[in-house]
Design a protein around this ligand. Sequence first.
Ligand SMILES: Cc1cc2nc3c(=O)[nH]c(=O)nc-3n(C[C@H](O)[C@H](O)[C@H](O)COP(=O)(O)OP(=O)(O)OC[C@H]3O[C@@H](n4cnc5c(N)ncnc54)[C@H](O)[C@@H]3O)c2cc1C
Length: 361
Amino acid sequence: MEGIIVLTHADDSGASLTKSSLEAVTAGLALAAQLNAPLTIGIVAVDPELAANSLASTGARVIAVSGEAFTQPRYATDAAACEALCRVAHATIVLAPGSSRFSRVAAGVAHRLNGFIDTHITAIAAQTPGVPGPAPLGTQESASPQPSIEVTRWFYRQRIEAVLSRDSRPWFLLLDAGTHTPFAAEPAAATIEQIRVELPAIRTTVTGLRAPQQGTQTIRPDAKLLFVAGAGWTKKQPDGQTHVPEAASLILGLLNSTSASLGSSKSLVDQGGEGNAVLPFLTHLNQIGQTGATPRHAKGLSTCCHGEEPHVVGWRFIAERRAVSLDPNCGWTRGKADVVYVADAFQVIAKLNALLEAGKG
Ligand SMILES: Cc1cc2nc3c(=O)[nH]c(=O)nc-3n(C[C@H](O)[C@H](O)[C@H](O)COP(=O)(O)OP(=O)(O)OC[C@H]3O[C@@H](n4cnc5c(N)ncnc54)[C@H](O)[C@@H]3O)c2cc1C
């Protein structure tokens, strides 16, 4: 019989669980129900009480490590915490969010427990023997009468989707954010088992966080809308002039009104290195595409971007796509977008910002 643990951690407030942790809880509940297996939820937080209360209705066993040492992400303390939680739970399946905090320690913890890890998991399902399903790839160490667990992930820059199954245990699975609905329920008083952790000598002192971008934070993985700026924003416009400051103000105006996440084409972010006028809030971290990011958002709006394949491959997980381009022959019009507005993005976004501003009043 499998034993499942979902590892979770607190957000910056220290009290609530991160959204990706709550997504992992949803995945754990579904898998436990399919396997009819016991579920444990492990919490790493300075004070896990509020987080545990938010999980009371799951009916899962809730165990936690707590204290000042777990306020900040740090390899030594987080690895010790996760190891202790997995050992107490006697877990054979370990689900965890693929957050930077847990991505850093999960492989090390799997190694300490003589386990196996797979990352970037997007779906998990129990497959009952004899019931036809997709042929599993990957390691099949031995035949098992138990329902096998099959997990899905993408390879080769999201071009190939694979279904994996393994008999190795414990099996650590790091889940990609945005692939499950975050668990949400009315809080209630939960029973928490506090787990004591033998901390190793701590050599690392966390003195603070340094964000990769200065000024406005424009990458928002939880946003419903992805707004993409292409190189057209900095190109000469029909009046023969560039309008970079105006472009910056229009883009930031839209981001402020909609809380959208800002993506960019490679051409636009590369311009910084060519000594051209650039939008100051863009870095290569904003780049979407083959050599950039593949974010998950419900909707995407591309502006001043040509929609070439190396860029659009990064839109694989954007459910509804729209584009504003001056070029009626751009890639978006050739089947890459659901709706294309052949129009001047300066005018469209100015109008949109005015409507959004009016809507606020
Ligand atoms: C190996 C490789 C990997 C790559 N990886 C990536 C990647 O990860 N991501 C990526 O983005 N690219 C990538 N590229 C580059 C990609 O092929 C394109 O060159 C790039 O996406 C073009 O960026 P763009 O569409 O913003 O610029 P452009 O091709 O210059 O297009 C600008 C567009 O803006 C339009 N425009 C101008 N003014 C306006 C206006 N006022 N209103 C509306 N539209 C306007 C123009 O009509 C034009 O269509 C890669 C290329 C290679 C070879």
